[in-house]
Design a protein around this ligand. Structure first.
Ligand SMILES: [Zn+2]
Length: 275
């Protein structure tokens, strides 16, 4: 996966991304500096995407990630989409002009009906998906829908990609830039560990690997097939760990290699060592 002309592009073997062009965006271009994480407070990915494509909503975000890891891009990363609303962080106001917004398909805060917990659409959320926690801007415990690991893994991958590509300086929740008015992504989202994972890589070498030899195949999928080869990595290429599958490791390329445009792909674990 890579960013081309401010849009996500996938390769053979990777899951396709749905591309839309939401009417809920401003003219002109922006230079993003922040990444803002949201929950949709919706019922599912499809209904949330269709709402954010609807003019009436007057809301949008650059990306929506489903609970199953599906990705939709609603507008180019250098366009001003409408996800933050009235907001400020340090001396920056109007975060829409300075950020990329990612919506996670998640019901958010749940309410109790009898012995069940339901979302805003009155759908019952199963016990396995419920997290009881106190929001950092509140004092009382509430029920929230969880974030599945698959969704978090995809978010991790996309965040590394956009943070690197645009040199973003910080990851914030909507709750950080509009406290009191907004509660997303809420206490079920592991913001502290997530942000330190994305930005902590310079200090920590835990997630960094080096390619051990020349001509290592860099692949779009975790399997040995000629059609998924994106190019060859040189010895000592630095890569950042994302996830593993079987004997394969999905990585983000840190040292650029001539002839390889893609930034995210798979390498066999036998060809990597800790950097
Ligand atoms: Zn939000």
């Amino acid at each position: 996966m890579k960013i081309n002309n401010h849009k996500l592009v996938t390769d053979a073997g990777e899951n396709a991304i749905q591309h839309f062009n939401t009417p809920n965006q401003s003219a002109g271009v922006i230079v993003p500096k922040y990444l803002i994480i949201h929950y949709t407070a919706g019922n599912n990915m499809e209904s949330s995407v269709s709402w954010l494509m609807n003019k009436t909503a007057k809301a949008s975000a650059h990306l929506v990630i489903g609970r199953d890891g599906k990705i939709a891009q609603l507008g180019a990363f250098n366009k001003r989409l409408w996800h933050a609303g009235p907001s400020n962080w340090l001396n920056v106001t109007d975060l829409n002009t300075h950020s990329i917004g990612i919506e996670l398909d998640n019901s958010g805060r749940l309410s109790k009906e009898g012995d069940r917990f339901v979302n805003a659409s009155k759908r019952t959320i199963i016990n396995e998906e419920i997290v009881f926690a106190t929001h950092k801007n509140e004092t009382r415990e509430a029920a929230w829908q969880n974030y599945p690991q698959t969704q978090l893994d995809v978010l991790k991958e996309l965040s590394l990609l956009v943070v690197r590509h645009y040199n973003l300086i910080e990851i914030l929740g909507h709750e950080d830039i509009a406290p009191g008015r907004k509660s997303d992504p809420g206490p079920a989202f592991p913001m502290t560990s997530f942000a330190s994972y994305i930005f902590g890589r310079e200090e920590s070498t835990d997630n960094l690997f080096k390619v051990t030899t020349n001509g290592v195949n860099f692949r779009s999928a975790p399997e040995q097939r000629s059609e998924n080869i994106l190019g060859q990595l040189q010895k000592d290429t630095k890569v950042e760990y994302i996830i593993t599958s079987g004997g394969w490791i999905k990585v983000l390329i840190i040292t650029t290699n001539p002839g390889i445009e893609e930034q995210i792909g798979w390498v066999h674990n036998s060809l990597l060592k800790e950097a």
